[in-house]
Design a protein around this ligand. Structure first.
Ligand code: GAP
Length: 507
């Protein structure tokens, strides 16, 4: 069930605490665009780096970075020029435009009958608008037009000569298909080969809403795994085949299913797809989305993108309702074959065992960073309690905006200089720390908690007192329970790094 009040409240917190900022705010903030503030940028980069580590580096895959603007020919070949469209309806009275499937699914009568409008062709959507008497949400009149298509790509022109049409890429994947042959040539790689990238994509959404869930410009982390279609096995499948994934069931309750069984029963297309679904589950747990809050769903054919032979989405419970945050597609050889046909380039790879060239098939896990970021905020947000008189975030230390904040107990008697010295030392050790000396110590703890900093380090009189048995130690306070321990300055960097690695958040 959607709880938009809760979502609005969290968005307000996110903006006040430097997680997010409405884009072009002083010019009125066009909808569908958000900037990340200093705190949000730090968390977003940590999530991206965790993905890089888990989905690329630990798998021995390549990372590339491709152009945002792509010539029209690319998107004609990929099918986006023709198929990448949403159903649009216009109100003939107030002239506002809306996404037809969303309007139908929000209609109370259609809701009672559990009508699924997503993926239906315009003619059927027009019939549903008539059947349920869907009104214009703006002027409340029965004046909605017939449904048509609206292509979601942002169009531009390369250079000053008109007619050199190009688009802002609607997915990062196309750049990977275009560079595939060169990566293979340069690396002499054999199949399977994985190429990924993290980058911006843009879609001119008809009615962007729900904050980071439907944006017009957003970040994707996409991996294209190229393999010989004759061999749909995965070398690490044996390690994960007895693990379980939660899948949406017909009855509505998610069910835990053993991965090997899901592949045997055809719920998951092959071992490759299964392996990457499991990797997604592990990444979601690592960033703090509890397992009870997400599940996988096999998409019905009518909701599967034009390039895919089968899609499995990962959906997360949020205050906007269930939100798709990852799409994993079995893209077959659709893209490489189509680019080969349109460009004349040979995009096949020689397979020694078969003594012939084959056009590889592709499994693509495609993850949106912004939607995941929002889910992390939702599931890490903690209300006030008698023990903690402020709202805070329980981020896992690996993705927290700072590893630690460092304070002098007071800004006098050399405590501030010592705290600055420790700050430098921790930074040189690779930790992300921030010095704070304004406000009472309690207020500084609260401010750190409010943005989810896991550890606060305080320099006090004992730190400086050569006669004290606590000389050359500082206090380390743990965010979740406020407990404190004393740690030698000489061991501080190693201890904090160890806590981050372990995910230790209580004393
Ligand atoms: N290359 C395949 C592809 O782009 P998709 O399901 O359209 O597939 C993948 O997008 C992910 O990108 C989604 O699961 C979502 O997390 C993110 N995404 C897509 N459209 C978005 C939007 N308008 N705003 C924010 N994130 C979006």
């Amino acid at each position: 069930m959607a709880d938009t009040k809760k979502a609005d409240r969290l968005m307000d917190v996110a903006i006040r605490r430097s997680f997010l900022m409405p884009s072009s705010e002083i010019y009125g903030s066009p909808s569908g665009f958000y900037d990340y503030g200093p705190v949000g940028t730090a968390i977003k980069h940590r999530i991206e780096n965790l993905w890089r580590s888990e989905f690329l580096q630990k798998e021995g895959f390549h990372e590339i970075e491709t152009s945002l603007i792509v010539p029209e020919a690319v998107l004609k070949a990929s099918g986006h020029a023709e198929n990448f469209a949403d159903p649009l309806v216009t109100c003939s009275s107030c002239k506002n435009k809306f996404r037809a499937d969303h309007l139908i699914e929000q209609n109370e009568n259609a809701k009672k009958e559990h009508v699924k409008a997503a993926g239906l062709p315009p003619q059927q959507l027009s019939e549903l608008i008539k059947k349920y008497g869907v009104l214009c949400p703006n002027c409340k009149k029965p004046t909605l037009s017939e449904v048509g298509w609206f292509n979601m790509m942002f169009q531009t022109n390369i250079g000053p000569i008109e007619g050199n049409t190009a688009y802002f890429r609607p997915e990062t994947a196309q750049g990977i298909f275009l560079d595939f042959a060169r990566v293979v040539r340069n690396y002499g790689s054999r199949l399977p080969i994985g190429i990924g990238q993290v980058g911006r994509s843009a879609r001119n959404e008809i009615s962007p809403r729900q904050g980071l869930v439907r944006m017009r410009e957003f970040t994707q982390m996409e991996l294209e795994y190229f393999f010989n279609p004759k061999d749909q096995s995965h070398p690490k499948f044996g390690k994960i085949k007895h693990e379980k994934l939660r899948f949406a069931s017909e009855e509505g309750h998610p069910q835990e299913i053993e991965i090997a069984k899901a592949v045997r029963d055809g719920l998951i297309a092959n071992e490759i797809m299964a392996y990457f679904l499991w990797k997604q589950k592990m990444l979601y747990l690592a960033v703090g989305v509890p397992e009870s809050k997400f599940f996988f769903r096999k998409m019905p054919k009518e909701e599967t993108p034009h390039y895919s032979k089968g899609n499995i989405d990962l959906e997360v419970e949020t205050s906007y309702g269930m939100v798709e945050t990852v799409g994993t597609a079995y893209r077959t050889d659709f893209d490489l074959s189509s680019h080969s046909k349109h460009s004349g380039a040979d995009l096949s790879v020689f397979v020694e065992e078969d003594k012939q060239r084959v056009v590889p098939h592709v499994v693509e896990p495609s993850m949106g960073v912004d939607r995941l970021f929002w889910c992390v905020l939702e599931h890490s947000f903690r209300e006030k309690t008698p023990e903690k008189d402020w709202e805070w975030f329980a981020f896992p230390p690996a993705i927290a905006p700072y590893h630690a904040w460092i304070f002098p107990l007071m800004k006098k008697d050399g405590m501030d200089e010592k705290a600055r010295e420790i700050e430098e030392h921790l930074r040189a050790s690779g930790l992300i720390v921030y010095y704070q000396d304004s406000g009472s110590i309690g207020r500084r703890y609260a401010r750190a908690d409010e943005i989810g900093v896991p550890y606060c380090i305080t320099v006090d009189y004992d730190t400086l007192d050569e006669k004290s048995d606590k000389h050359s130690t500082v206090t380390v306070r743990f965010r979740n329970d406020g407990k404190q321990i004393r740690v030698r300055i000489s061991e501080l960097a190693a201890k904090i790094s160890g806590f981050v690695k372990e995910g230790k958040v209580t004393g």
